[in-house]
Design a protein around this ligand. Sequence first.
Ligand code: BGC
Ligand code: BGC
Length: 604
Amino acid sequence: MSKVWPTSLPDRDWQFKQKESVHDLLSRMTLAEKVGQMTQVEKNSISPEEVTEYAIGSVLSGGGGNPMPNMPQEWADMVHGFKEAARKTRLGIPLIYGVDAIHGHNNVVGATIFPHNIGLGATRDADLVEQIGRITATELVATGVRWTFAPCVAVPHDLRWGRTYEGYSEDTNLVAELGAACVRGLQNTHGAQAVLSCPKHYVGDGATTWGSGRSYDWIIEQWPAADHDWPIDQGISEVDEATLRAKHISPYIAAIEAGAMSIMVSYSSWDGAKLHAHKYLLTDVLKNEIGFHGFLVSDWMAIDQIDPDYYTCVVASINAGLDMIMVPFNFRRCVSTLTQAVENGDVPLERINDAVARILTVKFALGLFDEPSRNEHPISDIGAESHRQVAREAVRKSLVVLKNDDHTLPVPRNMKQILVAGQAADDIGLQCGGWTIEWMGKPGHSTPGTTLLTAIRGVVSPDTTIDYSPDGHFRGADEMAEIGLVVLSESPYAEGTGDRADLTLSAADVALIERVRPHCQQLVVILFSGRPLIITDHLEKFDAFIAAWLPGTEGQGIADVLFGDYPFTGRLAYSWPKRMNQIPLKGMAESGEDPLFPFGFGLA
Ligand code: BGC
Ligand code: BGC
């Protein structure tokens, strides 16, 4: 049986009283107020006045849904404005504001940005993940945000998927362990200042088949440069029920046991139906069988994919068990359609009452009804030095050394000359990856932090010369440097814009390596990426190779281990394929070859 409440929140007696309060409140609500609670609107599509008028229950910032200027104080003011608008409604039911804080409060300039989940998987450190959850909650609460769409507990099986880095591991147990730790960190240690977690995307988002996705035209309009072909993201999970349960549902059970009270539904399909219309998986399995008492929120415009007719989308999703609809744009259409559906008897009132009771129960559990008008955490908590120290520790522990010939690592800090090459060596945006300030992230100085190059400069002896060239042209360097350091990266992406058929190292990266190789005795390659890339044909040229994933703002964590202040401890949370035919995971066995590096590998 699952726990309904985070353990630090009030006792059974209190729970009973809240049940009474929910019941009482529900009996006084009009249909319009109930529909309002079930509607979550993106902040760019609604004003505080409209929140009051429609008694809206939740507002979100999508990826990059930032106030201008994008600063912590502006965030706090914006969120406060929406909450105050909800207080002005007839019943004053508090509004819950949601964001994607998936590696720290990552939309906010100045926040601490932690490694993406793929890096945390390599740390295998549940205590650390819990601590990161706690810090993320502190930074969220400093801006008044009490809900994050995290953790992603996908179990990715295909590295071509653009969301691989959002998953901790290809291994279910590791995902379940770290996902539950994140839930505890966000929710349990804060009492009245808990942040609601939202494990996502229920379920099978990581199990979709390459080629079962589609093309999305809206991408062309909003993000002209991005790939609008999403061959695997949001596709079809072709696994049998036993596999779905054992591999993909089980992390949700762990998360619910840890106290998760909201869950986001997946865009993907299983057994002939979109998850958003899947009554069996949403209601029969998750709510009735597993005993999930929290509420289900849809993904961004996801119900719209159920059917060309919006009325059908609303009816099918709510009747399947969806409790809150995430509406990026036209919330009036959502409100009027759901109201109509209830009036027509196509959505039973009991279903509406159940959905609203679930939402209100969670709002009570979080203490939102008693929340002070301004939260208690100071804005200076955002990006605080003590938080950055934990992010730095996470970076240290996430690095995986895959090759280290002739003791190249650790690098002595008193070398005469070190060559550093690659734009990624001095670029916070590339170091952070997607879901950083913008939805897809962006190269360049997007937020304060320490790049690897700055970190290295701070660590080496005063007599060491660091020569840096983004493109690896070391003119005049006819002498050999002792060490060459090439930093490679994927360009940032999010969701299906990162679906890539071929994960082979790019020609530009290979050229960079070729340019630097003749100028150094030993070559260390560091890769920033959201997944393993195919490096097999080039590995021979490297003396040492470090997978650094998407480490975030604290580049000193890399310097800490590179120069031997701390040991390398990270181990692969994903198998590292030798060739493309070993992707997806089942290709590994079918290929008859070993992976380049197996799951769990990592040199000390
Ligand atoms: C938004 C993201 C959202 C995505 C939908 C973007 O425009 O900024 O928050 O996740 O669209 O896939
Ligand atoms: C993504 C979710 C995210 C939501 C809100 C969607 O496009 O799939 O992971 O929580 O947008 O930004």
